[in-house]
Design a protein around this ligand. Structure first.
Ligand SMILES: [Zn+2]
Length: 184
């Protein structure tokens, strides 16, 4: 009988139970890749919410950003990460993020590639917020998305301001200010 090689990180990280074939489509839509997989989806038709539960094999091995690879999970931390709405239903991803004990950096939370630290939002949702806030007022973006001003502002600070700092200003000779901008 075929027995999976549990000592091989590739085998371990590719282990996923067959739960519901439709979940594979949702994984593609959201961009969820192994070792992560969808273990459950719950629709609340009264509040127009969809909860997507993500899991991974408890013996999966993760890499640290310092370069150490194949580290076992030490503990887990529950997080709810908002993704783009699915057919007007507010979509929240529920995940227990793995915490690894890296020999170099000690305890580190491993974030999936589709989110960022402290945002509570997927990258796709953040991109949508940035696009919207570039041409409509933040107060309108908060109303449209139901996200707080502080959270949207955090996303703008994380993505837009570092990009602005990278802009090459060496060719700029004179910077003039008009009367209206002085008054601000
Ligand atoms: Zn490390």
């Amino acid at each position: 009988m075929y027995a999976p090689d549990l000592k091989n990180p590739k085998t371990l990280n590719a282990m996923k139970p067959t739960i519901n074939p439709i979940y594979n489509d949702f994984e593609k839509i959201i961009g969820i890749e192994l070792p992560y997989y969808i273990s459950d989806i719950e629709f609340d038709h009264n509040s127009y919410n969809v909860s997507i539960f993500i899991d991974y094999h408890s013996k999966s091995l993760f890499n640290c950003e310092c370069g150490q690879s194949n580290i076992q999970i030490h503990s887990k931390k529950h997080r709810i990460i908002r993704d783009l709405d699915i057919m007007n239903y507010k979509a929240n991803i529920h995940i227990d993020l793995p915490i690894i004990n890296c020999p170099n950096c000690r305890f580190k939370t491993v974030l999936p590639s589709w989110s960022t630290p402290r945002s509570g939002l997927t990258l796709k949702f953040q991109q949508r917020l940035l696009a919207a806030s570039s041409f409509i007022p933040l107060s309108t973006v908060t109303k449209l998305t139901g996200e707080s001003y502080d959270r949207i502002n955090h996303v703008i600070k994380t993505h837009v301001e570092p990009a602005r700092e990278k802009v090459d200003m060496s060719g700029v000779q004179n910077v003039g200010f008009d009367e209206t901008s002085k008054k601000k």
